[in-house]
Write a protein that binds this ligand. Structure first.
Ligand code: NDP
Ligand code: CU
Length: 516
C-alpha cells in the first residue's frame, strides 16, 4: 500500500515548495507541477529550515505518484517502465515516436524527449550508447536532472571512455549516475533473483545517487554506492563476466576429466590392443565414462573440503583467527559450493551409467555366453557369500553416499538454506559433508577390494584410476580426523572464539582456561 498523507500536509508542502531544499535531495519542485515535490513524504520545517518526515494521519488522500522518466522504449525501457509503474511511480517515456503503443506498459505516458525530460527530475537512459548524441540538443531541459546510464557494452574496452563518462561529457549540466546495468529486461519482468537483487551505482553527485538509491529500494533492489563516475567502466564490465565463480571449478572439472580419460584410455583400451590385440574401443562410451565420472566426482568433493581443513591448520599454526588467509585460499573457499555442485553432477552421471549396465548389449552378450557355456560344459558355479557381501556393501555405501550428496546439493540452494539456521546449515554442510566424503571414499576402497594386492591390476606398472583418486580424499579425511581429536579441537574452538596464542602472556589477567 502506498502511504497516504494529509490534505493539510500536502497543501503546506505545495505552499512552501521553494527549490532548492537543502538537506533533502529528492524534495525538489518540478517546473509546472509543484505538487509532485510532496511525494517524498517530507516537508520543509520552518524552524529547522530542512525537510522533515510527515507522519501519516487518519484524514487521508492518496499521494500523487512520483514521476520518473525513461528515455527509450526498447526491451529494457519497457521492462523498467513496467516495474516502476508496479512500484507506484508515474512513468513517462521519452521517445522518438510519441504515439502510445500497445507494447508499452499500461498507464505510462509517451512524450517527445524534451517534454518528457521537463516533466521529471529522474531520467533513466535506456538507449544504446551509439545514439547518445540525440541528448546534446536537450542540454537545457536536462540541466540539473539526474540521468541514470543503464548501458552495457558488448566487450571490454569497446570505447575509449566509460559510457557514463561519455554521457556526462555530452550533457555536462546533468548529474549522471551509472547503475542498474547488471539487471536485464528479463529479470525486471520476472523479478530479480537473489544474485541480481544487488545493483551497483556510481556518480559524482551524492544527492543524485541518493535519489537513485531511493528508487532502487522501492523496486526491491539494494543499490550499493561504489564511488565516483571513474568507477563506471568497472561497473560496465561486470555484466560481461561469464560465470565468474564457476570458472575455476569448471576448469578443474574439465582438466581432471580430460587427464583421467586419457590415462584410462591408455591403461584399458590401448593396453588391450597392444598386448592382446583386442579391440575394446566400444568401452570408451560407457565403461570409461563410468570410471571418469566417479573419479572426478570424488576428487572434487575432496577439493570442496580440503580448503576448510587447510584453513583450520593455518589458524592452529598462527594461533589466531584475526589474520587474513592467503588470497588463493580465500578464492578456493569462495568456490566450494560450485565445486560441490559440479561433483554432485558427476556423481549423478555415475549413477545413471551404473543403472544402464544391465541393458548394455555387451553385458547381455557376455552373461548369455557365460550361461550357455556353463550348460554346454555341464558345469555349475558356487554361490560365494563373501563376494555377495562385498558387492552389496560397496553398492550400499555408494547409494548412502549419493543420498547425502543430494541432500548437500539441495541445502546449498538459496531457497532452502534461507530457511535453515546457521547451526543447521553448518551441521549439514560440514558434519554430513564429511560423512558423505567418508562414505564415497569407503565405497571406492570396497570397489578396489583385494585388487589392490594383485600384480595384474598395475598394467604397465601404473595404478588404476580409482586408486589414484583415493589419495586426496584419504588425506582430507585423515587431516580432519586429526583436527577433531579432543586436544586439537579444543584449541581450534578457542581460536574461533577469539583466543590468541601469546595474548595470555601479554595480559595474564585476560587468560581464562577453557576447561576450569
Ligand atoms: N536489454 C537488456 O536486458 C539490457 C539493456 N541494457 C542497456 O540498455 C540500453 C537499451 O537496451 P535495449 O532496451 O535492449 O535496446 P533496444 O534496442 O531494445 O532499445 C533501445 C531504444 O533506444 C531508442 N533509440 C534507438 N535509436 C535511437 C536514436 N537514434 N535516438 C534516440 N533514441 C533511439 C529506441 O526507443 P524509441 O523508439 O522509443 O525512441 C529504442 O527502442 C542499452 O544501452 C543496453 O546496453 C542494460 C542492461 C540490460
Ligand atoms: Cu561408484
Amino acid at each position: 500500500m502506498e502511504p497516504f498523507w494529509t490534505i493539510r500536509a500536502l497543501q503546506a508542502c505545495r505552499k512552501k515548495a521553494q527549490p532548492p531544499f537543502q538537506g533533502c535531495p529528492v524534495h525538489r519542485e518540478i517546473p509546472g507541477n509543484p505538487g509532485i515535490s510532496c511525494m517524498t513524504g517530507q516537508e520543509r520545517s520552518e524552524e529547522k529550515s530542512e525537510c522533515v518526515s510527515l507522519s501519516p494521519m487518519r484524514e487521508t488522500v492518496p499521494a500523487l505518484p512520483e514521476r520518473v522518466c525513461v528515455f527509450g522504449t526498447g526491451d529494457l525501457g519497457r521492462s523498467l517502465g513496467l516495474r516502476l509503474l508496479q512500484a507506484g511511480y508515474s512513468v513517462v517515456f521519452g521517445s522518438r515516436r510519441t504515439h502510445s503503443s500497445s507494447r508499452l506498459p499500461h498507464g505510462a505516458q509517451v512524450l517527445g524527449h524534451a517534454a518528457a525530460a521537463q516533466s521529471a527530475h529522474l531520467i533513466f537512459i535506456a538507449v544504446q550508447r551509439e545514439h547518445y548524441d540525440f541528448l546534446v540538443p536537450l542540454a537545457n531541459q536536462l540541466k540539473g536532472k539526474v540521468l541514470v546510464d543503464l548501458s552495457n557494452n558488448l566487450r571490454k574496452n569497446q570505447y575509449p571512455e566509460a559510457n557514463a563518462e561519455y554521457l556526462q561529457s555530452l550533457v555536462p549540466g546533468a548529474e549522471v549516475v551509472k547503475g542498474f546495468n547488471t539487471l536485464s529486461a528479463w529479470s525486471l519482468q520476472n523479478g530479480p533473483s537473489d544474485a541480481n537483487r544487488q545493483v551497483y551505482i556510481c556518480g559524482e553527485s551524492v544527492e543524485a545517487k541518493q535519489v537513485v538509491i531511493a528508487v532502487a529500494s522501492k523496486l526491491g533492489l539494494s543499490a550499493l554506492d561504489r564511488g565516483f563516475l571513474s568507477v563506471a567502466r568497472e561497473l560496465e564490465d561486470f555484466p560481461l563476466q561469464l560465470f565468474p565463480q564457476w570458472r575455476l571449478p569448471l576448469r578443474i572439472a574439465i582438466g581432471l576429466s580430460a587427464a583421467f580419460f586419457f590415462y584410462l584410455l591408455i591403461r584399458y583400451v590401448i593396453y588391450a590392443y597392444v598386448t592382446q590385440g583386442d579391440d575394446i574401443s566400444f568401452r570408451i562410451m560407457v565403461s570409461l565414462a563410468n570410471q571418469v565420472c566417479p573419479i572426478v566426482s570424488l576428487i572434487m568433493l575432496s577439493l570442496c573440503y580440503l580448503p576448510g581443513v587447510l584453513a583450520s591448520i593455518l589458524q592452529l599454526y598462527r594461533g589466531t583467527k584475526y589474520r587474513r588467509f592467503p588470497n588463493w585460499l580465500d578464492h578456493w573457499m569462495l568456490c566450494r559450493k560450485q565445486l560441490g555442485l559440479l561433483s554432485l553432477g558427476f556423481a549423478f552421471l555415475h549413477v545413471l551409467y551404473t543403472l544402464i549396465i544391465p541393458i548394455r548389449y555387451s553385458v547381455m552378450f557376455w552373461v548369455t555366453e557365460h550361461t550357455v557355456s556353463l550348460i554346454r560344459e555341464n558345469r555349475t558355479t558356487m554361490f560365494d557369500t563373501t563376494t555377495a557381501w562385498h558387492d552389496d556393501s560397496y553398492l550400499s555405501l555408494g547409494i548412502l553416499g549419493f543420498g547425502l550428496y543430494v541432500l548437500l546439493g539441495i541445502t546449498s540452494l538459496p531457497s532452502v538454506s534461507n530457511v535453515l539456521s546457521w547451526r543447521e546449515f553448518s551441521f549439514i554442510q560440514s558434519k554430513l559433508g564429511h560423512l558423505t566424503l567418508l562414505l564415497c571414499t569407503a565405497h571406492t576402497y570396497l570397489y578396489g577390494w583385494n585388487r589392490f594386492l594383485s600384480a595384474s591390476t598395475y598394467k604397465w606398472y601404473t595404478p588404476p584410476g580409482y586408486m589414484l583418486c583415493l589419495v586426496l580424499p584419504s588425506v582430507v579425511l585423515l587431516l580432519k580426523l586429526l583436527l577433531i581429536t579432543p586436544c586439537v579441537d579444543r584449541t581450534i574452538t578457542r581460536i574461533r572464539q577469539g583466543w590468541e596464542r601469546g595474548a595470555d602472556q601479554r595480559n595474564p589477567k585476560d587468560s581464562q582456561p577453557l576447561i576450569p
